[in-house]
Design a protein around this ligand. Sequence first.
Ligand code: 5AD
Ligand code: SF4
Length: 505
Amino acid sequence: MPADSPKTFYLETFGCQMNFHDSEKVVGTLLHEGYRQVDTVEQADLVLYNTCSIRDKAEQKVFNRLSDYKKYKKQGKTFGVLGCVAQQEGEKIFERAPYVSLVCGSASYNKLPQMLKQLEAAESGNTASSAPISTPAAGAPPFAVFEGWESMLPTSGDPNLWNSGGKPAVKSASRRPAAESLIRITGLDDRETDACFETEFTARTNPHRGYITIIEGCDKFCSYCVVPYTRGKERSRTSQSVLAEARQMAELGYTEIQLLGQNVNSYKDSEGNLANRKTFAELLAAVGEVPGIRRVRFMTSHPRDFGRDIVEAIDAVPTLCDHVHLPVQSGSTRMLDAMQRLYTRDQYLERIAWMKSAKREISITTDVIVGFPGETESDFAQTLDLLEEVVYDAVFAFKYSPRPNTPSLKLEDAIPDEEKARRLDILMAKQREIQITRYKKYIGTKCEVMVEGKNEARCQYIGRTTHNKTLNFTVTPTANPKSGSYVPVVVTGSFPNSLLGELVV
Ligand code: 5AD
Ligand code: SF4
């Protein structure tokens, strides 16, 4: 590589939209720092994984990736682990994957440029810089540089050591003398951070619709959930900064915005001018009124904080999409209590009733966990019953997965995996039937879709409705709707998860 050619990086993202959007900000930050993004690990100098630890399966994915690192490290690549697994496992990652040089939780992303400079300086042998060579203690600088030993390498060649569950794989492995100098940098700001990761350099991947983070972290502490520990405490951006970003996106040609947060409903504006502080519903409406913006979505809502004013905003502002994702988790109040969800089945259904009485039909989707400790057949039956009562447009269902640090870890995970799998199958089969009936109702109606692309093999265009449904449609031979445009489509057919239609000419 010529001395002046930019360093290259490869970034792979796991998990939710928050992670996906964080990655867009990380990519923008790295590009601004002079790095060049490449499509494969082979081409990269710096390999980053933005990780998810919401369920054990997600967490294992990154350790599977890292088990490949050894062959690449020999090629001089540098590895970094970002996101929730980084925050959760911290320096333990160095034990499971000794060749990782950078471990950075999401609350420390705004320090990434500094950390990368430290890493580069350290790797080129210039560590006379100011960074501390220790773990950050309370009140200490935001990140630490470790230098020196090649520790905790597995003494056996067993590759499974790298995939051995949530615990350090080689806890008591003998330390070998330093074969090479490994540089380790951690950014593990904990729940105390007040900062949001705001950057003007976000590298959005889609030119028509994009995310804006309005709130980071979570203070809800549902008993099964790792997020409050990995993403830190709740901190909101000011409405002024969110609206400025929305206006800037509109000027760049974006027409759809999705407001993001682990719990957007607990958004708290800290705008300097008290009189201008906005509630979440007011912020939503204000983003919907930005000239040029045609669709606004938001994700995710917590039922406890979901106010009627949100439905009123959807009624009042036509650009707000007719879709609300309102995770219920269980249809049994007893389970909701054990999950520390802070609402009852009836309170949840009250929110559903608000949405059902809206002027426009609101599409409702949800998340469900099956097999939470202590879930009886009767609790599960109440969840199935809730699906029938609400008639969701989509349900994202998960088997309960015990997570580190969470209160429910202390409960006996008494429901065997096969039983969780059985309940999951039953639930998904029921929801499939509900969706078959529900989606058929759209046949004959006219919907506006945003064109997302073309499926050449099927000669179909791919569109998305305001309800967030995929509507694949055909056009007359002369028509060629552009990606990002909005066109009317009449629905001619339906499947359990999508609709079929024809462009209206
Ligand atoms: N086990 C299973 N599912 C979980 N979720 C969060 N934590 C867990 C867990 N420990 C699910 C919830 C949440 C969604 C994003 O992931 O349904 O709404
Ligand atoms: Fe996790 Fe509950 Fe916070 Fe959602 S509201 S991120 S499920 S703790």
